[in-house]
Design a protein around this ligand. Structure first.
Ligand SMILES: [Zn+2]
Ligand SMILES: [Zn+2]
Length: 99
């Protein structure tokens, strides 16, 4: 069992901005209580100043079927009209692509 008195403040280096920040005994207790790992980023970065490692882009991928060859592909947007896979798209540039 860990006792608060046995803990000491830790200095950790932020993985995002490389600044050192204090991971104090109260935070350590808080994290331990919730079974969390040591923070990898400083408070600034954790507070959303830098959300570079989110998977938002992935969740926005939409699976579509190529209008030409019928193969399934994913695009990072919601298509409003016929979508071609990469292959057909690059091969079929002469397809009428009028807006
Ligand atoms: Zn940071
Ligand atoms: Zn295709």
């Amino acid at each position: 069992m860990e006792d608060l008195n046995e803990l000491t403040d830790l200095f950790l280096q932020c993985k995002t901005c490389y600044e050192y920040f204090v991971f104090d005994v109260f935070e350590q207790a808080y994290f331990a209580e919730r079974g969390l790992h040591q923070p990898k980023r400083c408070k600034n970065c954790r507070n959303g100043a830098n959300s570079g490692d989110s998977n938002e882009n992935e969740s926005k991928q939409t699976t579509v079927t190529c209008a030409s060859c019928g193969v399934e592909t994913t695009v990072p947007f919601k298509p409003r009209k016929a979508v071609f896979c990469k292959l057909c798209y690059t091969q079929g540039r002469d397809v009428s692509t009028e807006e």
